[in-house]
Design a protein around this ligand. Sequence first.
Ligand code: SF4
Length: 259
Amino acid sequence: MRPGARAPTAPAPPVTEPTLNAARPPRERAELLEWMSGLLRTEYGERPLVPRRAPMHELISTILSQRTTHQDEEAAYQELLTLGDWDAIIEAPTEAVAHAIRRSNYPESKAPRIQATLRAIREQRGGYDLDFLAELPVKDALKWLTDLPGVGVKTASLVLLFNYARPVFPVDTHVHRINTRVGTIPRMGEQAAHRALLTLLPPDPPHLYELHVNLLRHGQRVCTWTRPKCPACVLRERCDAFAVYGNNVPSFSEKPAKS
Ligand code: SF4
């Protein structure tokens, strides 16, 4: 080298963006879910799997709960029962059912769905005892429930897990939002998230129940739909949304982003 000439500098290493969780392989996202479960257990405590209400109550209340607060759902359920037993609710004018459940959102569409669901159960089972679901293979039990006119996969999963300790994982709006933001699943709809999350979780009903309930709490208190409280969140160190947006995580959109 000539005297005074500068030594050649090594080329700068390429800048690599950290891989977001949502793009990682299933094994790593399963581990992330385990990590989340442990932290949420520490935060909110152990949650033993004990049925909170009878199977038919769970089924009908979950239909009422869609887009409705817990308080209004319970009020609607209690007023629905003033129409009489399940047979009487089937026979009641649909407008009367809609009026009874008016504290729930969309009573006009829920009333005929509830009546159709009750009617289908009675026709198929000769009554309203759902305990046969405890013995059916999980796949068949899910199919039986989701074949009912007013029952989707979330409602079916709640009944099967909460009442019969079957290994399914209900995905409500809180479960969906937190898992999407953290990146345990890529962006997808709530329905698809049931299957995607279940394949990452151990088939252990008490574990599934505890995670579901603790995610619900976390979604109500910290990872809220709008203005999530990231600085107070125990999950932030491995959260995709926090990695991208910092303390300005945007409001959650249920719809998958358009590509
Ligand atoms: S860090 Fe923020 S966006 Fe991520 S899970 Fe926590 S509250 Fe939600």
